[in-house]
Design a protein around this ligand. Sequence first.
Ligand code: C2E
Ligand code: MG
Ligand code: MG
Length: 606
Amino acid sequence: MATEEPSKYAPSGAGLSVDLSPSLRAFEAARNGKRGKKEFAQLNRWFEIALNNMGRGLSMFDADQRLIVCNKRYRDIFSLPESLTQPGTPFADIVRYHVKHESGRDGPEEMAGQKKWIAAHVAEMALGKSFSSTRHLQDGRTILVSNQPLPDGGWVDLLEDITEKCEAEHKISWLARHDTLTELANRFHFREQLNETLAALGPDDGFALHAIDLDRFKEVNDTLGHPVGDALLKSVARRLREVLRGPDIVARVGGDEFSIIQRGAKTAEQAAHLANRVIRTITQPHYILGHSVNVGASIGISLAPEHGSDAEELIKQADIALYEAKASGRGVYRVYCGGTAEEGGRRRSLELDLRGAVDRGELELYYQPIYDARTQEIAGFEALMRWHHPVLGMIGPSDFIPIAEATGLIVEMGAWALKEACREAARWSRDVKVTVNLSPLQFERGDLHLVVAEALERSGLPARRLELEITEGLLLRDDFCTNETLHKLHNLGISIALDDFGTAYASLSYLRSFPFDKIKIDRTFVREVNHPEREDCVAIINAVTGLAHQLEMKTVAEGVETADQVATALKAGCDEVQGFYFSEPVPARDVEDLLTQHPQGMAAAR
Ligand code: C2E
Ligand code: MG
Ligand code: MG
């Protein structure tokens, strides 16, 4: 059925602004025989030519609501039969035909409706003012109908097909509010919807805001190319739409970031339920352009009104929760639970700064010597990353490694560290080892052994001089094929050390199932060795060292700061010692000095 509404489109061009009165008067005069017949015929022809060449439909009705004249365009727009375009045709017949044509209905109900509509239309005309409305026809066209009353009681209708104009306008407004790739709402529209949802929140209402970030998306994009990346985003968008209920809203708010407003979710449990479904659906393999592609999703959740009733605040809180989710190993959701917005903001801005830090040459490796307890000589150096932030100055790894891990940037940074450490070590005057720390995320792709092999090959450093440190956290992840990669690395001739031993879920069974060459006893044990109430620390160091030796592994005491600590470590049989007692980590240029000096204090500590 054609629908009618008052129009926002002002008639333009040769519309109602054209004053038809002079021609009408001339036409009338000629018709009334005040001029010659020839002149009348001529005028008639001109009038017909003019009418039928108009881009708009035109019809004119007299005070008795009968058609005086209409042009071809008018007939075409309303698909009127010839019979209804003859002068004298009642307006009611045209309306009836139009309604029947549009709706397929012509019963008494429609007739009554038309009568009412015509009465209202005529009454409006009687007020002497022109007005316009748009009609949406069944076939999808939109028609702007402008009516202008005539002085003697009739009226003129002008019809304009504004379908394209409407579509263009609609398209422009759609483009401004949507992401063209996934066809989801964009960040701007999402904010609008979030504000609207907040404004409409009743006293018993609530909703959950989910901030979703894809895990490993960058790697897919980098390794399989942008067409696959784009198709993956589309596939994720499709799946997100599928898991949502009608009133929920989903948007793509950044490269691989999506957001959901889960209407009606008032508790963390309700939000968690959806978050779990989202993670599950995104984690299923995506079949794209002949590839089976795997990505994960981490989600941060804030709840309104529990956590706030301001859009900005809720977004920040969801962001903070998202960071927590990423930091706890990804592929999980976290609900916001305190922590300040400034913290979230600080992290976010550090994250932005960290992107590109490798390319801008802002990272540097410091080297801390590790001493052989028996020979008292340097056995190697541990490479420790530093970041020269353009504004904040030098930042230590405990401040930026968690962010690098949460965002996946650690993969690129870790590869850089490997290359850089091998390059430096290859230039040292003595044949000592260089030790590089690895993040569990570097194991995720399964190509770590290739990255390592390339670093060795490029630098010319023999594999036996490279040592890699991993943490216990990695051993808990059975999804990274850790064991396989560790064996591949071992087969290259590289030694592997288990770092920070004793800080996580230390399980002695790991020591048997993975190919470790060395265990680094965490400094929390070393630190407490002389504490009268922490005799257990000495016992632990002794036990770990004894066990390691039985399994033919070496031990290193980390973080030795005093002569007593060195003595305890040596007494327990540790093979190597490392700590501020000997040296802090130093820049690459100071390595040679350390290599040529004899360590002070080892003998004293014995
Ligand atoms: P880690 O691998 O256990 O490195 C030892 C940390 O203990 C270093 O901190 C070092 O400066 C510090 N340390 C050494 N001796 C002493 C001591 O006697 N007393 C005290 N209080 N501290 C001592 P740093 O350089 O701040 O590194 C912190 C952690 O960041 C490292 O712990 C490692 O887990 C991580 N990290 C550093 N560089 C990298 C890297 O290139 N890649 C990855 N994935 N992680 C890195
Ligand atoms: Mg280490
Ligand atoms: Mg350590």
